[in-house]
Design a protein around this ligand. Structure first.
Ligand SMILES: Cc1ncc(COP(=O)(O)O)c(C=O)c1O
Length: 381
C-alpha cells in the first residue's frame, strides 16, 4: 500500500514508538510528585521542553503541552483573547483556518469579541493589504495559519508578522500544524508570538500537541484543575508523550525533504496538466508536500475509493469535512467552478514516501481516467 495521506496523519516512526515504550517503563511517575521517581520524570519533561524551545529558536519561551493541535489552537485563541481583553476586543483571522481556530472564534464572538475574517484569492493566499486595512487600535490578536491543510497554500508569515508588529500591539498566533518540519517556522526574530504544533503530523503520536509562546507572553487558562504547565493547562502531564514529541521534532528537523517533495509535486503538476478535466489547486502557492486537485463532476470520494482499491491512499480535501458530503469552507472560499467543488482530492507526502510511490500513483491515476474515458492518457509512466 502506498500512503499519500500524510496531511491527515503520518506513520509514527520506529524510534518514536520504541522511545515511548521505554519512557513509559522508566518514567511513569507523576512529574509533579516530590519523590525521586517524580523528580526523574520531571527532569525528562523539562529536558524535552528545552529541546523543543531550542528547535523553535526561543530558548526563553514557553511550551504548553496539550492533547493535540486542536486543544493548542483553542488555548491560543481563547487564552490569548482573554489575557488581552483589557486592551481591546478586536481579533483578526482568516476564512480558511482549521475548524479548531474557526470554532474558537465563533465562541469568542458569542462572548462579545469582534472578529474580522480575511478573505483569500484563488490560490488561497491572504492579502497583506487587507490585513493592514483590518488592523485597528483595539486589535488584540491575529491568527493566521502557516500552511493550509486542505489545499496546501503557504502564507507569508514573516511578512504578516512585520505588518502586525508595525501597526499594532496585537499578539500573532500561527497554526503550524501542517508546516512544522516541512518549512522553516520558529519564534525567532520578527515572526509569530505563538505557534501550534501537533505530533502526529510529524511521525509522532496522536493525542499530543503543543502551544509555544514567545518569552513573556501572557495567556489565560481555558481549563481548570491542578495548575500544571505553569497554571496554563491543568492535568497530569504525560512525560513519555512530551519526550517523544521532542524526539519527533528533532528527527524531522534533521531530514530535509523539501527538495524531493518539491520535485514530486512538480512531477505531478506536469502530469495532471495532461488531463483537461482536472483542476490543480493552489498550484503556485502550495507547500512542497501537499497537492490538491479537483475532478470535473466526479466526487472526490469515488476517486479516493478507486485509488484505495488499487493500493494507493489519498484523501478528499480534509479528513474532517470528508464525511459531511459538502464542499469544505476552504473550497467554497477559493471559489472554484461549481462542477469541481465535490471532486477534490488531496495527495500529501511524508517521510516514508519514495519516487516509486509517485510513479505508482501516476499509473493508478491513468487507470482511473481511462475508466472514466477522460482526457489524454499518453503518459503511462
Ligand atoms: C491545520 C491544522 N490545524 C489543527 C489541526 C488539529 O490537530 P490535531 O489533529 O492534533 O488535533 C489539524 C489537523 O488536521 C490541522 O491540519
Amino acid at each position: 500500500m502506498i500512503y499519500l495521506d500524510n496531511s491527515a496523519t503520518t506513520v509514527p516512526s520506529e524510534e518514536v514508538l520504541e522511545a515511548f515504550v521505554e519512557a513509559n517503563r522508566k518514567y511513569y511517575a507523576n512529574p509533579a510528585s516530590i519523590h525521586l521517581a517524580g523528580k526523574n520524570a520531571d527532569n525528562l519533561l523539562e529536558r524535552s521542553r528545552k529541546q523543543i524551545l531550542s528547535l523553535l529558536e526561543a530558548p526563553e519561551g514557553e511550551v504548553i503541552f496539550t492533547s493535540g493541535g486542536t486543544e493548542a489552537n483553542n488555548l491560543a485563541i481563547i487564552g490569548l483573547a482573554y489575557a488581552n481583553r483589557a486592551k481591546g476586543s478586536h481579533i483578526i483571522t482568516t476564512r480558511i483556518e482549521h475548524p479548531s481556530v474557526l470554532n474558537a472564534m465563533i465562541y469568542l464572538e458569542q462572548m462579545g469579541f469582534e472578529i474580522d475574517y480575511l478573505t483569500c484569492d484563488k490560490q488561497g493566499l491572504i492579502s497583506s493589504l487587507e490585513l493592514k486595512e483590518k488592523i485597528r487600535k483595539n486589535t488584540i490578536l491575529v491568527s493566521i495559519m502557516h500552511v493550509n491543510n486542505e489545499i496546501g497554500t503557504v502564507q507569508p508569515i514573516a511578512e504578516f508578522a512585520k505588518i502586525i508588529k508595525d501597526n499594532s500591539r496585537a499578539v500573532f498566533h500561527t497554526d503550524a500544524v501542517q508546516s512544522y518540519g516541512r518549512l522553516p517556522i520558529s519564534l525567532a526574530g520578527i515572526g509569530p508570538d505563538a505557534i501550534t504544533v501537533s505530533a502526529h503530523k510529524i511521525n509522532g503520536l496522536k493525542g499530543s500537541g503543543l502551544l509555544a509562546l514567545r518569552k513573556g507572553l501572557v495567556i489565560k487558562a481555558v481549563s481548570f484543575g491542578g495548575g500544571q504547565e505553569n497554571g496554563h493547562r491543568s492535568g497530569t502531564v504525560s512525560v513519555p508523550n512530551a519526550a517523544v514529541f521532542a524526539k519527533a521534532m528533532r528527527l524531522i528537523s534533521l531530514e530535509d525533504k523539501t527538495t524531493s517533495n518539491t520535485h514530486w509535486r512538480n512531477l505531478l503538476i506536469d502530469f495532471m496538466k495532461n488531463f483537461n478535466d482536472v483542476l490543480i489547486l493552489a498550484e503556485t502557492s502550495g507547500a512542497p508536500h501537499i497537492l490538491s486537485i479537483a475532478f470535473n463532476k466526479i466526487k472526490g470520494e469515488i476517486a479516493v475509493n478507486f485509488f484505495q482499491e488499487n493500493g494507493v491512499i489519498v484523501s478528499t480535501s480534509s479528513a474532517c469535512s470528508s464525511k459531511s458530503g459538502r464542499a469544505s469552507h476552504v473550497i467554497e472560499e477559493i471559489d472554484i467552478a461549481e462542477r469541481f467543488k465535490q471532486g477534490v482530492i488531496r495527495i500529501s507526502f511524508g517521510q516514508n514516501n519514495t519516487e516509486e510511490d509517485i510513479f505508482e500513483f501516476k499509473k493508478v491515476f491513468n487507470k482511473f481516467m481511462k475508466l472514466l474515458g477522460r482526457g489524454k492518457t499518453n503518459d503511462m509512466e
